[in-house]
Design a protein around this ligand. Sequence first.
Ligand code: UDP
Length: 241
Amino acid sequence: MTVREKLYEGKAKILYATDDPDVLLTYFKDDATAFNAQKRGSIRGKGAINCAITSHLFQKLEAVGIPTHFIRQVGGQEMQVRAVKIVPLEVVVRNIAAGSLCRETGLPVGKVLPQPLVEFYYKNDALGDPLLTRDRLFLLELATPEQVDWLRSQALQINNILSAFFQDCGITLVDFKLEFGLDHQGQLILADEISPDTCRLWDQAEDDPTRRVMDKDRFRHDLGDVESAYQQVLQRVLSSR
Ligand code: UDP
């Protein structure tokens, strides 16, 4: 497959066209950003690690009937994906309070939520990705009521699958962000990535609130050992069932 022009360069990935209009190539970069790109850096080996983790998790999800844009991993840090039109929504699922939920509600970090919380954020860097109400989501025509219901139920299903999978890895899935796209048939499918950049992952072998962090919070809050934490997630993901 011939790789053609660069279609889009984001903060963590580059999207290329190929000679097949239905197939795109995602290149995972080592670049890392946080706080709406106010903090910038690089995590050595991150592109290859996130590509491998995403590929593994998307295959797991496909195997149990969750449609994704994943086709195959190629090379070290590239993934062939089906072409989709990304819906500008960040669908966040939370099992344990952390991050913006704590900052905005005062809930203590680490509080186990009585049930998973699904939230929709507007994917818009200029506006700082604001939290949406259901009515604002419809006002902006970001999705239909049927699509919102489907996204919510899909996000909860994905949460069940991933929580059980990470549990087997000795990792608690605290929260994560999903993105979906519309394929050529107008069907919504899971897209983007699932990696330590987009999940909060806590090592169950560690009680210490700093040592347990295995995700981008190590970069966000300068906790050190970022590469080795990402590497550890990859090793556990690949050696789990
Ligand atoms: N997240 C993401 N991209 C974003 C915003 C959030 O991948 O643009 C992920 C983040 O890594 C975490 C979850 O979504 O796993 C919830 O993030 P939160 O709203 O707590 O935001 P933060 O505290 O990172 O600002």
